[in-house]
Design a protein around this ligand. Structure first.
Ligand SMILES: Cc1cc2nc3c(=O)[nH]c(=O)nc-3n(C[C@H](O)[C@H](O)[C@H](O)COP(=O)(O)OP(=O)(O)OC[C@H]3O[C@@H](n4cnc5c(N)ncnc54)[C@H](O)[C@@H]3O)c2cc1C
Length: 461
């Protein structure tokens, strides 16, 4: 099947959702292609394990080549914005200045990014947590921080009506929001764009792209078999793994040697505090407070108070039998917090001869030092809040997948020009977390949306 569109956008996630909305609104004929399913709040799986299997790549989880780091990434219309925690923070001067220095891109500056953040924030409902909404899990984290003299803050989340005051405690955010409270691109941008004529092709994975005189040809696989599309302009928004592996499979590495390199994840290490009192951290909200200590920012880590649903908590403690039973018996008396490291971008995304993605992501010695520093502080906080024991999960995670097709002026160390064009390709654009020059140490989603607005402005102009 061959169709011609003004824009084909591959990847219906955070960036793809914003771009498809803005371009469709401008009158362009757009097709949004997504490898995963098109769920609604009525069809999200209700069991935690089913949600993992159906809404994430790898049937729930993917691993680095040495099986040390676990990656989570959404595979559905809405992408990461449906399964994430929806914490929305702007980058600070430290992050933007580092980006500018490393990439040579002039608009990585607060004066240029601020108006884009404002546009991104204007389309979604944002909620600043308040003291009365804090769970006991959050309270103990704050008590520990204050006892140790560390600064903390309430988080800001993209949510409309979680109804905490009405005792709603669905705690199902990572499996899609059954209330349409979470402001994913699925329920904000994409739903509105569909009303304006956006075409969505879900369950379709693009495996290869070719640029020719007739436009860009995309070769994919859908439920109906092999599929071919032609676009005047192509926008790659498949995320760090999706976009990078597609470029590698399409043979661009010969011209652009930096494809796949400079990959970072903000590695996250999970810790559980055991208390005598009943905490019930699985009721209420996942996360409402985090560290905000300028000393931690300089030292390259942050601490966030978090708690997942029962199946995920069980998986975070590997093992079996009596030992695992003993751990889960304490489920209602546990708090959980994570150390997230601002890591060096030393990882690499590759594909093997069969097109299978391989991710190399070892911690560098600086990453390990930052992790140990953060763990030391977190243990101090847990002890100060009365934890009788601290349990460490042997797994650590990469949820913020960044780089692989990074933006910059240098053709040797970057892949995408400052105008979002794949180098040497007039009509192939890249806009998602793959273009990040390095790890900012701050939640990425709002900045991904801001960058998608920037590219939208450029294209609609
Ligand atoms: C559990 C979890 C919690 C998180 N919490 C937060 C948070 O609180 N705050 C925050 O800022 N960030 C958070 N993140 C990270 C954030 O969600 C991502 O950084 C962000 O969604 C990335 O946006 P993106 O547009 O680059 O890609 P994505 O949103 O991942 O979208 C890419 C889409 O492209 C599709 N795709 C990929 N390849 C292909 C292909 N070849 N063909 C067709 N489709 C393809 C994918 O299926 C996916 O839907 C979290 C992530 C996870 C997994």
């Amino acid at each position: 099947m061959t169709n011609t569109y003004d824009y084909i956008i591959v990847g219906a996630g955070t960036a793809g959702g914003v771009l498809s909305y803005n371009l469709t609104k401008s009158g362009a004929r757009c097709l949004l292609i997504e490898a995963g399913k098109h769920f609604t709040r009525e069809t999200f799986p209700t069991a935690e394990a089913d949600a993992s299997a159906q809404m994430y790549w790898g049937g729930g989880i993917e691993f680095s080549s040495d099986a040390q780091m676990a990656f989570l990434r959404g595979k559905l219309v809405g992408g990461g914005s449906v399964v994430n925690q929806a914490l929305m923070g702007r980058f600070d001067d430290l992050a933007l200045n580092d980006w500018k220095d490393e990439s040579g891109v002039g608009f990585f500056a607060m004066s240029e990014m601020e108006p884009l953040y404002e546009i991104a924030e204007s389309k979604i409902a944002l909620h600043n947590f308040k003291a009365e909404e804090r769970t006991r899990n959050g309270e103990l984290f704050v008590e520990g921080c204050e006892a140790c003299g560390y600064k903390w803050h309430f988080l800001r989340r993209a949510q409309k009506d979680c109804a905490f005051s009405k005792y709603n405690d669905c705690i199902a955010c990572l499996g899609g929001c059954h209330r349409d409270s979470k402001q994913s691109t699925l329920v904000t941008y994409i739903r509105d764009a569909e009303k304006d004529g956006l075409k969505i092709q879900a369950n379709t994975s693009i495996e290869k792209i070719e640029n020719g005189s007739a436009g860009v040809t995309l070769y994919g696989v859908s439920d109906d078999g092999k599929i071919t599309y032609t676009a005047k302009n192509l926008i790659l928004s498949g995320g760090a793994f999706g976009t990078t592996s597609l470029l590698l499979k399409s043979g661009f590495k010969k011209q652009l040697p930096a494809i796949g390199r400079y990959f970072a994840t903000h590695p996250q290490f999970m810790f559980f505090g055991l208390y005598d009192e009943l905490i019930n951290a699985h009721k209420g909200m996942f996360q409402s407070v985090a560290s905000k200590d300028p000393r931690f920012r300089k030292r390259g880590f942050k601490l966030e108070n978090v708690f997942a649903g029962p199946a995920s908590i069980a998986m975070l403690y590997t093992g079996f039998g009596a030992d695992h039973l003993e751990y889960m018996k304490h489920f209602t008396r546990m708090t959980c917090a994570e150390v997230a490291v601002r890591d060096e971008n030393a990882g690499e995304i590759l594909v093997d001869k069969k097109g299978k993605m391989i991710v190399k992501k070892e911690l560098t010695s600086q990453d390990k030092d930052r992790m140990k520093d953060g763990v030391g502080v977190l243990k101090e906080i847990l002890a100060a809040s009365g934890a009788k024991r601290v349990i460490e999960s042997p797994l650590y995670f990469g949820l913020h997948l960044m780089g692989g097709a990074r933006m910059g002026t240098d053709p040797v160390t970057s892949v995408v020009d400052p105008d979002f064009r794949l180098k040497n390709q007039k009509n192939i654009f890249v806009c998602d977390s793959s273009i990040f020059p390095n790890a900012p140490g701050i939640n990425p989603a709002l900045t991904i949306m801001a960058l998608a607005h920037k590219l939208s402005q450029q294209l609609t102009a």
